[in-house]
Each structure stands twice: as C-alpha cells, then as structure tokens.
Design a protein around this ligand. Structure first.
Ligand code: SAH
Length: 221
C-alpha cells in the first residue's frame, strides 16, 4: 500500500493525504468542513518517525516512541468533529504526543494549549510545531490530570489517552458551554469515548464509540 516509495515527494504525500481524507474520513461520515480542511492541510508525515514516514497516511495508529502512538486519522477527525469547534475558541489538549492533533486543532481554533508528560516527546513535538510554523500552539511538559490552570477556562478539552475515571480537575477548567471528549475505561482492553458539556451549571454526558488508547499516566500511582 504505502511502503512502495523510497523517497516520497511532497506531491506524493499530498496525494496520499487527499486519499486519506476521501476514503478514511468523508467515506465514514466526517463532514465538518473545518476538520476536513485542517486534515487536508497538516503534513502528518512530519509528525511520525522518519523510518515510517511512508506509512503516515495509513488507516491506523503509528508508533512514535516511548511506548506511545499517534492516533488513527479517523479517530482524530471523529473526536474533533464531536467538539463542534469554532475559530474563536481556546482548546486544551492532554497528550501532545507527536504534536499532530495539536497541529490539526491549531488550524480550526484560535489558541491550542497542549500538555505532555514525557519530556522527550514534549520537546520533539514543540520543535516540530515551531519548525512548521504552528505558532498558536502552546505546549508544556506537565501532568495533564491537573490541567493548565494558568490558561483556564477552556472552551473545549480533548484527552488523547485513556483514564479509568474522569479527571475532575479538567472538568473544573472547562468554561460554561464548554465541551470535553475523552476515552474512559481500562487501558489494557478497550474504552469508550465520553462526551461532556457544561450547561447552566450542570454537566450533560453522552457515550460514543469504542476506542483503544494508551493510558493516561497518573504519576501518583
Ligand atoms: N495527540 C497525540 C497522540 C497522543 S498519545 C498525537 O497527535 O500524536 C497519548 C500521549 O499522552 C502520549 O504522548 C503520552 O505520553 C501522553 N500522556 C499520558 N499520560 C499523560 C499525562 N498524565 N499528562 C500529559 N500527557 C500524558
């Protein structure tokens, strides 16, 4: 499928990206124009290890080192579409990883705040984002369970790692009208996506599709 090119050109990657958007996203019901446009623009191959760049547009998650993965393109699109984001909003991402999802987010919203607990990944992702000019992504290396109080409240929060229970602190950092999406469940088996919205002082909850994420590390355990 994708491993056939030795040194792919930018045009080859662009064609692969177009095919990914068409066959993995549009064909499966993703229709938010801002999500489709962002995923059409962000060069996913720049966020994966050089050795596997050819596979950047495969319909699967990919390893990024330190036992972590970059999510399958469809899962990124699905989670972002669920949040109904707009260009004036400020969003917190927990689990920066490679920086790919933060880059996609940065093309949809006003400001992105992204936390990563593994220092090497935080450093590499920040460098990639800087090199590619994603200037509205702010990153820090810290424990996502605690959110990023200095920049709260957020219009939306997206968690890219699985927790067994809802991190209450994150909910506290969500603005009125704010939305949050996260995988909840056992990281050794599978989880479900949980969607929450703060409305008039209460929290509305919905459960979505089954997913498989790496665990949200809890440094206190
Ligand atoms: N969004 C990423 C993929 C995330 S993989 C991308 O687009 O590439 C999940 C990431 O969450 C991993 O990099 C992992 O190190 C990080 N992570 C796990 N527990 C965390 C925590 N408590 N705080 C912040 N980041 C965490």
């Amino acid at each position: 499928m994708s491993g056939s090119q030795q040194n792919p050109t930018e045009a080859w990657y662009r064609a692969k990206r177009e095919e990914m958007v068409r066959t993995q996203l549009v064909a499966r019901g993703i229709h938010d124009p801002s999500v489709l446009r962002a995923m059409q623009e962000v060069p996913r191959q720049r966020f994966v290890p050089e050795m596997i760049r050819n596979e950047a547009y495969d319909d699967s998650p990919l390893v990024i080192g330190y036992h972590q993965t970059i999510s399958q393109p469809f899962i990124v699109a699905y989670m972002l579409e669920q949040l109904h984001l707009n260009s004036t909003e400020r969003v917190l991402e927990i689990g920066l990883g490679s920086g790919y999802q933060a880059a996609v987010l940065s093309r949809i919203v006003h400001e992105v705040y992204a936390l990563e607990i593994i220092p090497e990944l935080a450093k590499l992702a920040s460098q990639t984002l800087r090199e590619l000019g994603f200037a509205n992504v702010h990153t820090d290396c810290r424990n996502g369970w605690e959110g990023w109080r200095e920049h709260a409240p957020f219009d939306a929060i997206i968690v890219a790692a699985a927790a067994e229970r809802l991190p209450e602190t994150l909910l506290d950092q969500l603005a009125e009208g704010g939305r949050m999406i996260l995988p909840i469940g056992d990281s050794r088996t599978s989880q479900v996506l949980r969607f929450l919205q703060k409305k008039a002082g209460s929290v509305i909850e919905q459960t979505g599709i089954a997913v498989m994420f790496v665990p949200l590390i809890d440094p206190r355990e």
